[in-house]
Design a protein around this ligand. Structure first.
Ligand SMILES: [Zn+2]
Length: 304
């Protein structure tokens, strides 16, 4: 079919008058490399929600990360069915910024200050505009950009995180946490399940990935969306197979229970989610499928 079409097109070109072919100049435009705009903004009720791409990279041997407790055959079969290679996976790091109308709230800070502030700038925000920085959990790809050298990246911000999470990492003796988050303790508000960040943004406990991992439910003008962070880490391997063990889940059994619970809730209620590691722009819906779930990337629902 493809060949036939191409042959027909070539025959068409050959039939062009000679003058037309001779006067056509070649642009010789440079190859630009693959690219994506690093932000995606939409309205959710009265809120403006923007996902920002702070970084992306290919990582080898995804089974060692996302399918630790299954056979290579099972991993390959699931990957083949989703048209995914098994030798590498593309990782995405996607903070979210929410303008509530009265405050600008940033959820997670990326691997580094540079990556996140560059994406923020593309989206029209400068670091000094951020009023609140919410940290979902203390892994380096979420707290890496909270400091820029020795100074806070967001000079006017207060901080919000889960109390269980902060306490657990305080006791752990973790170098990144001690350098980036501990110095901010005085300016940090600590939340438990159901705690409010600000009007319309509520913390929801999602323990397992880390001891005190939190997700955040946005609720504005009758519309809801879950900022899910890392409760589910891959759009196929972790959704279709919630019990597949993920290297980064610190308590694998609890993480699997949390995944099933939250994915079940999102599927039942039709509430969209933003997943920090979902494929860019990281916004999607969840359906039940078989014993697991299916990720449906956002198309235009939130534009309407
Ligand atoms: Zn992460």
């Amino acid at each position: 079919m493809t060949k036939l079409t191409r042959r027909a097109a070539l025959a068409g070109a050959a039939a062009l008058p000679l003058a037309t072919a001779a006067t056509r100049t070649r642009a010789a435009a440079p190859m630009m490399g693959a690219a994506d705009a690093p932000y995606k903004r939409f309205k959710l009720g009265e809120f403006e929600v923007t996902t920002i791409l702070a970084g992306t990279r290919a990582v080898p041997d995804p089974q060692a990360i996302f399918g630790m407790n299954v056979s290579p055959e099972a991993f390959k079969e699931a990957s083949d069915a989703a048209h995914l290679p098994i030798d590498q996976a593309q990782f995405f790091f996607t903070p979210t910024i929410v303008n509530t109308g009265s405050e600008l709230v940033l959820f997670d800070t990326g691997l580094s200050a540079e990556g996140t502030t560059a994406a923020l700038a593309a989206a029209g925000y400068s670091p000094d505009m951020v009023d609140v920085v919410v940290i979902t959990h203390m892994h380096g790809d979420h707290i890496g950009g909270v400091m820029n050298g020795d100074a806070p990246t967001y000079p006017n911000a207060r901080y919000v995180t889960g109390s269980t999470e902060f306490d657990a990492w305080s006791a752990m003796g973790n170098e990144t946490f001690d350098a980036k988050m501990k110095p901010l303790a005085e300016q940090t508000t600590f939340l438990a399940d159901g705690g409010d960040v600000t009007g319309g943004i509520t913390a929801m406990q999602a323990f397992g990935h880390t001891p005190g991992h939190m997700t955040y439910l946005l609720d504005s003008g009758g519309k809801q969306l879950l900022i899910g962070a890392d409760f589910t880490n891959h759009y196929v391997w972790s959704l279709a197979y919630p019990d597949w063990e993920v290297k980064f889940d610190m308590d694998k059994e609890m993480a699997a229970q949390t995944r099933r619970k939250l994915l079940g809730m999102l599927a039942a209620d039709g509430v969209p989610m933003i997943g920090y590691h979902m494929p860019w722009p990281a916004i999607g819906y969840v359906e039940t499928r078989g014993d697991g779930f299916h990720y449906v990337p956002h198309s235009y629902q939130l534009m309407l």
